[in-house]
Design a protein around this ligand. Structure first.
Ligand SMILES: [Zn+2]
Length: 439
């Protein structure tokens, strides 16, 4: 943590200077003074399904005649919500969501977009109408977006898609890749990039995954995939292929440094090493995983094996990067009935080698590692990176009185979106207008 840092931003929105205390910037460029604030890289939300925010809070009950609800019954309600989405409706929902993200401290989002087709399942006119609505909402809110074009084909391994899935599916992998090519051509804005997202081992035949890996040679887009979210998915994979979902990817060409495994809550014992060996990352979505009753992320095993983690708010039951980060550690404490669990796997800080800390490592998970998972040049305050930044009020009740050297711990274990004074994407303010600002 450095006091009185000055950050210069160039005309493109990238950081061009980081000046420490006492060094004055040259020239008369407009300045913004952020008194009483801490400046951080913005958080990266690496996993989002924007439309799912539309039924937030409306599934938090047991329906009459049902003794229990789970992921699969929630999915049926989600399909019903998806079935009603039009481009206009999805724009409205996504705009609300992305504004909420910016207010919570996220400055970028990986939008795992699978609502491709019209209500009747036929292609939209134009074919990218649903994706365009989501991207337009992102641009209007001002958040940086990686549009992860999702591939969905089957309703289960070797099973036809159901009517509830008809808006997501492609008949051939070629048709999907044409859709990706069209998106690459269509979205020409420095704040928007495109990636691929085979939905899951349930929804995409293994041989199609090889085509995606081949297509990505030279493009090097991020490839995100739901993996091992549910025990039933792992059981189906073992039944069909004799191995778990991650091992099943071996030989497809997909298991590599561009892969981000979303969830990874039900791993086989060798899976952390399998992911680490190829440089693949894992996106944890603990608020959604808790909300849907998915299970616990084996964070200690993953980080201990050298797998990078990032975070996502997924279903948007809550949009709160501070909560996502603290839950990663808290889940491990609850599982193991110990404290400071992840301190053993994050590197010791050079200024306090006798003290192993959790919070700086988790802040990196929320910022730099998320940016890496989305392949965007952000997540650090350094020259050349996008000026995607957040300012946090140090006089917020959650932070006041905390010793400066404990600020990372206070942010992870005590703070929340209320502390966010402002959010900037490419140097442009997208949330907050403090009276102390001096443009
Ligand atoms: Zn998801």
């Amino acid at each position: 943590m450095c006091p009185e840092v000055k950050v210069g931003v160039d005309g493109q929105g990238r950081i061009c200077a980081v000046l420490k205390q006492g060094v004055e910037p040259p020239g008369q460029a407009p300045r913004t003074h952020l008194k009483g604030c801490a400046l951080l890289p913005g958080f990266a939300n690496a996993h989002s399904h924007a439309f799912q925010r539309v039924f937030r809070a409306q599934t938090e009950y047991l329906r009459a005649g049902r003794e229990s609800e789970d992921f699969w019954s929630w999915r049926q309600m989600m399909y019903a919500a998806a079935g009603r989405m039009t481009p206009e409706r999805v724009y409205d929902v996504a705009l609300d969501l992305y504004k909420e993200m910016l207010a919570a401290g996220y400055t970028s989002v990986g939008e795992f977009h699978y609502l491709h087709h019209g209500i009747d399942g036929r292609p939209c006119v134009p074919p990218l109408a649903m994706a365009e609505a989501v991207v337009e909402a992102g641009l209007d809110a001002g958040i940086r977006m990686v549009l992860l074009m999702t591939l969905y084909h089957s309703g289960g391994i070797g099973q036809p898609a159901t009517s509830g899935q008809r808006r997501f599916t492609f008949e051939t992998v070629e048709a999907y890749l044409q859709h990706v090519e069209a998106a690459l051509e269509r979205f020409d804005d420095p704040r928007v990039s495109v990636g691929m997202a085979p939905h899951s081992i349930r929804a995409v035949p293994l041989e199609w995954l090889s085509s995606l890996a081949l297509f990505n040679r030279g493009l090097s887009m991020p490839i995100h995939m739901h993996l091992c979210e549910q025990e039933a998915e792992v059981e189906a994979s073992i039944k069909a292929f004799g191995v778990g979902p991650i091992e099943a990817l071996e030989g497809t060409g997909l298991l590599g440094p561009s892969l981000v495994a979303v969830h990874a809550t039900h791993l086989q014992v060798d899976d952390p090493k399998r992911l680490a060996d190829v440089g693949a990352a894992v996106c944890a979505c603990p608020t959604t995983e808790a909300n849907l009753g998915d299970g616990f992320l084996p964070a200690l095993e993953l980080l201990g094996s050298g797998v990078s983690l990032c975070i996502g708010s997924d279903s948007h039951a809550s949009v709160n990067p501070f909560e996502e980060l603290r839950m990663i550690e808290h889940h491990e404490r609850l599982r193991r009935r110990r404290r400071g669990v992840l301190a053993t796997v994050f590197p010791p800080s050079p200024d306090a080698p006798d003290k192993r800390r959790v919070a700086p490592g988790l802040l990196s998970v929320g910022t730099l590692e998320g940016a890496r998972a989305l392949k965007i040049d952000a997540g650090m305050i350094r020259e050349g990176s996008w000026a995607d930044l957040i300012a946090l009020r140090l006089d917020d009740p959650a932070l006041s009185g905390v010793p400066p050297h404990c600020l990372p711990e206070a942010l992870v274990f005590s703070a929340g979106p209320r502390c966010v004074e402002g959010s900037w994407v490419a140097g442009q303010r997208r949330f907050g207008t403090p009276p102390s600002e001096d443009q």
